[in-house]
Ligand binder design. Sequence first.
Ligand code: T3D
Length: 266
Amino acid sequence: MTASELPVLLCERAGGVLTLRLNRPQAMNALDGALCQALLRELDAAAADAQVRCVVLAGAGRAFCAGQDLRDPAVAPGGAPKDLGEVVASRYRPLVLRLRSMPVPTLAAVGGVAAGAGAALALMCDIVVARRSASFVQAFAAIALIPDSGSTWLLPRLAGRARALGLAMLGDKLPAAQAEAFGLIWKCVDDEGFEAEAAALAARLAAQPARALARTRALIDAGAACALEQALDAEAQAQRDLGFAGDYAEGVAAFAQKRAPRFTDR
Ligand code: T3D
């Protein structure tokens, strides 16, 4: 099978964990139209599938994702001018919004370099673990673009303005350990233990109460842009809704019976 015949996205299921593995290793899993479409399609399907309780984003081969495929005719300079605004609006906007509104927790398992929009997709996940040898690159300035796919929104929120600007303007490779120290990611994991730790974390997330976790994400995101009074009101509404749901009764029963809970709500 030639590289162009391989599926650009691999979908792997293990219990409630769905791993979506970007599979264009010959191009460091750079994102072309087909890969963006496949990713959105599978995320939509996962959102609608009650059996999926955690989605993992990963990459095949030595990279996580090198961002937009710069060889893609839709963006490559030359010939007619390319509308990059249209590319980011039609490909990356829906992916970012889909990730941030998944009804289940999302985990990025960053096993190699994550650059440009690839870094953005990883950092948009709820929890990001990275192999110690992996790195994050705001690759945009090197090609005279701005950080897109929500990066100008996310980077200062995660790392603060000074670091966001330093990362964006200098475009240096940020090693995973420093990404952890900057607060960009949850954890940097030694290379040998990386796959096992990512799998264990995904299994743990899959056993958590998905509906409560999705509400938690939504509240934390909304809380960054609202007054305390609004945040308190939104929390009360969420707690009201969750209190009426089955997982709450199950969690309290499991606590009383000293057993592990079996959460099912989404
Ligand atoms: O422009 C728009 O379309 C708007 C949308 C923007 C969203 C974006 O994501 S813009 C940012 C696009 N990404 C980049 O600019 C990253 C470019 N790549 C790099 O900076 C480096 O390759 C990496 C830091 C990712 C990795 O460096 P390194 O030294 O480990 O690998 P390498 O030797 O540079 O690359 C290995 C191969 O992958 C090489 O191919 P070759 O020469 O062996 O045939 C390289 O060309 C290819 N590759 C890497 N990144 C891309 C890519 N091919 C296509 N598109 C890429 N983005």
